[in-house]
Design a protein around this ligand. Structure first.
Ligand SMILES: Nc1nc(=O)c2c([nH]1)NC[C@@H]1CN(c3ccc(C(=O)N[C@@H](CCC(=O)O)C(=O)O)cc3)CN21
Ligand SMILES: O=c1ccn([C@H]2C[C@H](O)[C@@H](COP(=O)(O)O)O2)c(=O)[nH]1
Length: 282
């Protein structure tokens, strides 16, 4: 929580105003932030200075891991975050590749589970790394990347948290996650949860201890219409971090793909200040 608040304060103190053509809203921006989450100690990086709807963040991650390509699939598991980008984003609405209502195109999990190869077959990056890690193998390329510049026009948005690299040291699994663009008031609240859960979950299904997540952010910003609310949020005193419990019956990738739901993730000791509703720029 402390590192999150420090990043917010740094953007306010040192940020530079940058115009954003895609959304039409300018952002106070800094470059480079390195966050760390201690999964071994179960310090769940959940915001306490406002109420966090962390289950939606976990649902979004589950959707990525399952290769979802429709906002309706995300909605069905408790995540509403893709409705606007699927159905209200002007550039995507006029894109001839959009297959209709709720279609997201070839974003995130579609690339992670079904990267299109030149020979017409598909590559399942997640299955490959789960298989390797389960056998104790780290080939120094246990990478899940959603970043496919050749297919950007086939999707509604370029992935923001785009690459996850897993590393094994002895029997402990580490994760390094890369993010090119970060909406600190809204997106980062979700992305912190997702980094933590991704390491905890992959460690659990591959039979390893979870170590730390290293979360590397390039462009970290606060949209102009969020700034006053963020200043209010920064006046609040944080509470201590909650702990996350994951259903121990989740044992395989097939479990994650089939029956796992947000009910399998519970919190212990979450105390927070009231919710703040930040504006969202499409
Ligand atoms: N401008 C922008 N910021 C983002 O963070 C973002 C995008 N666009 N586009 C793609 C996804 C969608 N994401 C989102 C979208 C909405 C919320 C949001 O409204 N969160 C609310 C609560 C949501 C709920 O009740 O489930 C929040 O208060 O955190 C969060 C992340 C993250 N990404
Ligand atoms: O997981 C996510 C997804 C998106 N965001 C934010 C970062 C930006 O504010 C927008 C994406 O806009 P681009 O013009 O494509 O950079 O969404 C996030 O923080 N986390």
């Amino acid at each position: 929580m402390k590192q999150y608040l420090q990043l917010c304060q740094r953007i306010i103190d040192e940020g530079i105003w940058v115009n954003n053509a895609r959304t039409g809203t300018r952002c106070l921006t800094v470059i480079n932030a390195d966050l760390e989450y201690n999964v071994a100690a179960n310090q769940f990086p959940l915001l306490t200075t406002r109420k966090s709807f962390y289950k939606a963040a976990i649902a979004e991650l589950l959707g990525y891991l399952r290769g979802y390509d429709s906002a309706a699939q995300f909605r069905a598991i408790g995540c509403n975050t893709w409705n606007a980008n699927a159905n209200e984003n002007a550039a995507w609405l006029t894109n001839s590749h959009r297959k209709g209502e709720d279609d997201l195109g070839r974003v995130y999990g579609v690339q992670g589970r079904g990267w299109q190869k030149p020979d017409g077959t598909k590559l399942d990056q997640l299955q490959k790394l789960v298989t390797n890690l389960s056998q104790g193998i780290d080939d120094r390329g246990e990478i899940l990347t959603f970043y496919n510049p050749g297919e950007f026009e086939l999707g509604c948005l370029r992935p923001c948290m785009h690459t996850h690299t897993f590393s094994l040291l002895g029997d402990t699994l580490y994760l390094t996650s890369y993010q090119r663009s970060c909406d600190v008031p809204l997106g980062l609240n979700f992305n912190q949860v997702q980094c933590f859960v991704l390491l905890a979950l992959i460690a659990q299904i591959t039979g390893h201890k979870a170590g730390k997540v290293y979360h590397k952010i390039v462009n970290a910003h606060i949209y102009e219409n969020q700034l006053a609310l963020m200043k209010q949020q920064l006046e609040r005193e944080p509470y201590s971090s909650p702990k996350l419990h994951i259903n121990p019956n989740i044992k395989t990738l097939a479990d994650v793909e089939s029956w796992v739901s947000t009910d399998d993730f519970t919190l212990e000791g979450y105390q927070s200040h009231p919710a703040i509703k930040y504006p969202f720029s499409v």
